[in-house]
Design a protein around this ligand. Sequence first.
Ligand code: SAM
Length: 176
Amino acid sequence: MHDSEVAVLRLGHRPGRDDRMTTHIGLTARALGADRAILVGEASNAAETVTDITDRFGGPFDVTVTDAYRPILRDWEGDIVHLTMYGEPVEEVTPDIRERHRTDPLLVVVGAGKVDFEVYDHADWNVGVTNQPHSEVAALAVFLDRLFEGRELDREWVDAEREVIPQATGKRVEDC
Ligand code: SAM
């Protein structure tokens, strides 16, 4: 769907409290066109769920868990977008981000609780999906859809065991 990589970095995971949200960050990153998710902290349960979904419903999509985000920000060879309610409007800055992303890998950072100010400083763009407080899952979904201009909705899935066949009513899932 796209040439350069898109990775999602999930900061600030609080075990227990954030388990579902961190899982949903991984699932949303996968479903809406990112190539991989990096979960910082004790998020191995969330990573296992995302891996299980990828095994059943296809990929490619990779998820990893790491202890520290600073080396990832420091060593990232590409652009960094930090999604925050304090950032510039998504509708204004995404065309520039998309243009750069034609050649450069993109790291999309989302937080949980309070995000350290160094993340704001390190980002090439701090991007707000509205300047209202809401959810990192919602912000990620809107940002990816704007970045890919909807093309992620037509993605081909590889190595799936199961496929959902769209239905007007009811559920149909087939073995691949
Ligand atoms: N005040 C917190 C902070 O330091 O940014 C907000 C935490 S919020 C519950 C969790 C995450 O959701 C944020 O780190 C950000 O990634 C995302 N988020 C929330 N509202 C957003 C918005 N309007 N635009 C972009 N991202 C948002």
